[in-house]
Design a protein around this ligand. Structure first.
Ligand code: PNS
Length: 161
């Protein structure tokens, strides 16, 4: 049984992420859901805000903990004692970027495997970016986000007015 790291921006965590966390918790002995830095993105939520939302979402699973990291993912995974990196794979559009990262991570750390998990199909077209766009425009997000995240998003956009 392996320790697995599920890294991501989680800006914010969506029901699609929560679905992947549930699948990971059933599959691995211990899962570390960790907020990392994506150099191509400017986050809406601070790391502390994202961690708080993730803690609430992950509370049902005793073998899942929440953390954050800086620097190379593979170094962090090694420090956690993880042999697996989990990535959620939605549509084909994710594939090329994820494949590139998985192979680069394998080059850096050959003993760590990247495992791709598919969320339920109802979340296949969901992304944090589209959530933020709809949230900014005050659209209905109840089906796509954990309840606490809907509230956090409302508070965030209200404070930006
Ligand atoms: O949810 P995202 O934005 O797709 O997550 C991307 C993330 C944070 C997992 C990725 O950017 C990452 O691994 N960052 C850490 C830095 C790193 O190791 N970069 C090399 C990847 S090949």
């Amino acid at each position: 049984m392996a320790v697995a790291v599920y890294p991501g921006s989680f800006d914010p965590v969506t029901s699609g992420h929560a679905d992947v966390i549930a699948r990971s918790a059933r599959t691995f002995e211990e899962v570390v859901v960790s907020v990392g830095r994506n150099s191509g993105k400017t986050p809406l939520f601070s790391v502390d805000e994202r961690l708080e939302m993730l803690r609430e979402v992950c509370a049902p699973w005793p073998n899942v903990r929440v953390d954050s990291f800086d620097g190379m993912l593979v170094n962090y995974a090694r420090a956690c004692g993880a042999t697996v990196i989990i990535k959620g794979l939605r549509a084909v559009s994710d594939f090329e970027y994820e494949f590139q990262m998985a192979l680069m991570n394998r080059h850096q750390a050959p003993t760590i495997e990247t495992v791709f998990l598919m969320p339920d199909e109802k979340y296949v077209y969901l992304s944090s970016s589209i959530i933020k766009e709809v949230g900014r425009l005050k659209g209905d997000l109840a089906k796509f986000l954990p309840q606490e995240v809907v509230k956090a998003l409302r508070r965030k956009f209200a404070s930006q007015l």
